[in-house]
Design a protein around this ligand. Sequence first.
Ligand code: KIV
Ligand code: ZN
Length: 510
Amino acid sequence: MERISIFDTTLRDGEQAAGGSLNVKEKIEVAKQLENLGVNVIEAGFPISSKGDFESVKAIGKAIRNLSVCGLARANIKDIDACWDALKGAADPRLHIFISASPVQMKYQLNKTPEQVLDYAVKAVAHAHKYLSNIEFSPMDATRADKEFLYKLIEAVIDKGASVINIPDTVGYSVPAEYGKLIKDLRKNVPNIDKAVISVHCHNDMGLAVANSIEAISNGARQVECTVNGIGERAGNASLEEIVMILKTRKDFFKKYETSINSELIYPTSRMVSEMTGFPIPVNKAIVGANAFRHESGIHQDGVIKNSSTFEIINPRNVGVPSSSLVMGKLSGSHALKERLAELGYSLSETDFQGVFNAFKEIADRKKEVEDKDIEELVAEYQRNLNYSYILKRIQVSCGDKGLPTASIILQSPDGTEYANAEIGSGPIDAVYKAIDNIVKVPNTLTEFSVNSITHGIDAIGSVIVRIENNNTVYTGRGADVDIIVASAKAYLNALNRLIASNKTVTDEK
Ligand code: KIV
Ligand code: ZN
């Protein structure tokens, strides 16, 4: 068998997706989950780009000891030194250097000739080689580069010590047959290519990121760069769960390839990334979408009842999707909830369990049937509120088609102090947010607000996602409740708490 190395860039390229930024603590949590999932390399950030990224790479390097932790750098001394500074405490650090290689990017973005780019690249790799030997090199926009130039560039950086050559389809321009041929041609035309592992990095602008990655594997790539849920710049990156499950499900076709991923952890990892980044998983998303294993048509249902393989090519259990048989309600006790949580893949401490159980009892009083998705949302809501500067204690809203929408709220800080305020607004949510602003007093701009229902029915839990901007940084907040005004208040507070926490980290370090 040949091992396909899974290079996860959820915390770097994935986090680059507009509005998906995570704080250091959240990144460490995701990194630990990725380690359990079984990825081989975690790209933890781009250290020169921000203090937060530097700290994340450093902290993840310290926390993750059983696999390689990677940091990104442009091909210059300053970037590489900062990257190494962040990485040097890691058990198996990898430094990833990139530079534009296509005519359009070299000319308009870098204003450099191909010769200058080659010179920068070899000097950068040689400089990094003074620190470590695990060096990855990416000729950015490789799929639009001149092939002869690409061969020359790759040969030169391998000579200077690059051990992984990554071929980015940066703008998602390539198509499978062409991308596969590019990998094949590199193996034929770069004389020292056998001294490096070929890696692929595909973007999804035309929906081909996974197909291109798979074709590249068939043509000799042995590392795939991907993200959980396929998040990333613009239309995203190749999706980790799809690549892994294609290789696993079609073992008959991809006989000789294997990955080290524990596929049963795919679903909980996907949920965690969605929850933390605030990017909902599309219902029809392959492998992890809510409809991925739901059969609506009578003919399909009939087939699945007779034999699941009639219309199901993957057993949902194999990717960690729980099979929901038990319906929970207000008569369900703590034992039943504990069992359900275990089946859903949660292992909570006794204190955390009590917190979730209290929330469950409260919701079960207001909702006839509590489904798995509701329980997942309750756990997420509980976890969101473990660290806070302000929490929602009481909220009262009056609104209608005549009169002034008015909100009165009480917030509480961790030392128990309560803050009350009331405001009027153009609508109930505006009034609530103004009242919160009067207390919290952190300037920000609300850039996004969306409401979704977690399950079906009139008593479904509403999940609100908000994004706020402060100082050019976007903070995402989520809140869930059967009352969407309450959920909206919780979501806004969640975003504000994250903003306040990130400012504290920076101040503490000064
Ligand atoms: O898409 C891209 O080209 C990248 C590089 C930095 C590898 O993300
Ligand atoms: Zn990328």
